[in-house]
Design a protein around this ligand. Sequence first.
Ligand code: SF4
Ligand code: SF4
Length: 223
Amino acid sequence: MVVGERKALSEIKEMVRPYGKILIAGCDTCTAESLSGGRKQVAELAAALEMAFRLEGKDVEILEISVDRQCIHDFLLDIIDRSGEVEAVLSMACGAGVQSLAERLPAKPIYPALNTMFIGETVSNGLWQERCQGCGDCLLGVTGGLCPVTRCAKGLLNGPCGGSQGGLCEVSAVLKCDVPCIWHLIYDRLEQLGELERLNTYAPPKDWRRGGGIGPRQLVRQV
Ligand code: SF4
Ligand code: SF4
């Protein structure tokens, strides 16, 4: 899923300050899962914004809506309908959802309420970690299902480097928390699978064109 983090209220407030009536639009899939942009967070942001403006003596009417996904056109129809009632829309989707909305509402100001962070996993309650950079040439089949592109601080395809100590990456000291060396984890997992010989195969440099190295990517499939 795409993990997002809500922007500071002060930043959001300045974006929508020119408007007297706005629609806050949530996304009930990815950003809801990362507790940043689902219907509950829409209600919280609406209340916080209303209060912040009221303390300044400014009346703002805030409408709320939430849809299953903002990155799929058909799911946007309810937001498009409601947008006629407001001067601007504040989207709580990821960057793809915000752009999807902006392209379908060319005459309406659309603002992002979130910072889109990464493709990740909910590891535990309140903890999300990056797991994939969408490199376009997945290596998980040869690395035991663990991604060195995303999870090695140096993106090494033939690790580990000399900074791996006791199972931890050298960035642990800088970040002041234990960051596992992903190549150590890859070794452990391949050992458990009885596939350690995979590490004898040299991984050549990746073709980063498939990872967005030559501009925006698209996927076309006959359906
Ligand atoms: S190898 Fe590429 S596609 Fe596979 S998980 Fe890592 S970044 Fe994502
Ligand atoms: S210690 Fe491990 S995870 Fe960290 S940079 Fe080196 S190989 Fe990558």
